[in-house]
Design a protein around this ligand. Sequence first.
Ligand SMILES: Cc1cc2nc3c(=O)[nH]c(=O)nc-3n(C[C@H](O)[C@H](O)[C@H](O)COP(=O)(O)O)c2cc1C
Length: 186
Amino acid sequence: MKKNNVKTPRFGWALTGSGHFFKECLAIMRELADLDVFVSLAAAEVMRMYRQNLSLPPSTRIYKDTTASAAPVGNFYYGVYHTLIVAPATSNTVAKCVYGISDNLATNVFAQAGKCRVPTIVFACDTAPELDTEAPKGMVKVYPRRVDLENTERLKSFEDTIVVENVGELETALEARLKWLKSYSS
Ligand SMILES: Cc1cc2nc3c(=O)[nH]c(=O)nc-3n(C[C@H](O)[C@H](O)[C@H](O)COP(=O)(O)O)c2cc1C
């Protein structure tokens, strides 16, 4: 398969183990056509803790983190994806992305998107010194550390990468990609 021979390029979406905005991200994913989802091991656990299930449109392809080499990333080489979304992104995933570590499915799709120049949207969770977040048993307060906040800032300087900090910004960034896709395919 040659690059750009793909008839319908897809959204790639990496789901990580963040309770913060997990349900909101699932709701947005359910509205997207032509979607491939990459689920980190922690995301699969968090999904069960919040009693959520993926229940995505039938056309959605779901990739679980079962290989050391992150085998599904091969699709990035062939133009299968027009956009990658990493949402919600844990502080762990953001830190690894910032330092170029790719040791699981989520961090590998981020790295490969970068190396294949696929525009990426990252919904970072640790964006303020004090946050209200939904734990499995209800709302709690958390205080992201300086290192978490600094990593989010560092990610903003990455090429082809938009870092969003709330659901509204995520929706706006997605709409811009859908608009681009429409103009690109017409
Ligand atoms: C119920 C629950 C909620 C969590 N929520 C968050 C969160 O909002 N933000 C975060 O950075 N980590 C959160 N974590 C911790 C991550 O799941 C953990 O750091 C994990 O190793 C991240 O792996 P990943 O980045 O590969 O998905 C949560 C863990 C649990 C059990």
